[in-house]
Design a protein around this ligand. Structure first.
Ligand code: MN
Length: 196
């Protein structure tokens, strides 16, 4: 069975198309008009070994907010769609990824319930190119709301804003990959409730 998701989301602010294949090889084709955000989505596909296609045309004449947020919402919805009934998956996973002086620790439960805990260093540089660094939390919130997962993202230390954000996406990619992988010993849905 192919574990793919495809979401088109169009509003007066943005038009987003996301396609994801959980069992891909990290083939990524991303274009949102926000360079650093494209770079982060590239990390997500490459290190998650997801095939990921993202095309967003947003109201960048206002700012990058709607473009980034709506892409994250569509990505979460596509991820959930691709997971299907979650039969035979690992479900829980964690990953730690350093990027030079920064470290990100991500723990995920593909639980069916949205919850985000996000802790990163205070006082980061406000912008990376056209990317507002306060959007990282907003991306994670938006993804979690639609993917319906419990996600804990912690950066205990780090200095460089580019590194702090990038290691979060790399660790997120790894954790989502491990949690969504097929567990050869798991024949049912990994929940005592019988549903996720
Ligand atoms: Mn918003």
């Amino acid at each position: 069975m192919n574990r793919v998701g495809r979401v088109e989301r169009t509003t007066k602010e943005t038009a987003v198309t996301v396609e994801i294949d959980l069992d891909g090889t990290g083939k990524v084709d991303v274009s949102t008009g926000v360079g650093f955000f494209d770079h982060m989505l590239d990390q997500l596909g490459r290190h998650g070994l997801f095939d990921l296609a993202v095309k967003t045309e947003g109201d960048l004449h206002i700012d990058t907010h709607h473009t980034i947020e709506d892409t994250a919402l569509a990505l979460g919805a596509a991820f959930k769609q691709a997971l299907g009934d979650k039969r035979g998956i690992v479900r829980f996973a964690d990953a730690s990824v350093p990027l030079d002086e920064s470290l990100a620790q991500v723990t995920v439960d593909l639980s069916g319930r949205p919850y985000l805990v996000h802790r990163e260093p205070e006082g980061m540089a406000p912008m990376i190119g056209s990317y507002d660094t306060t959007m990282t939390r907003h991306i994670l919130e938006s993804f979690v709301a639609q993917a319906q997962v419990a996600l804990h993202v912690h950066v205990p230390y780090g200095r460089n804003a580019h590194h702090i954000v990038e290691c979060q996406f790399k660790a997120l990619a790894r954790a989502l990959r491990y949690a969504s992988e097929r567990d050869p010993r798991q024949t049912g849905i990994p929940s005592t409730k019988g549903a996720l």
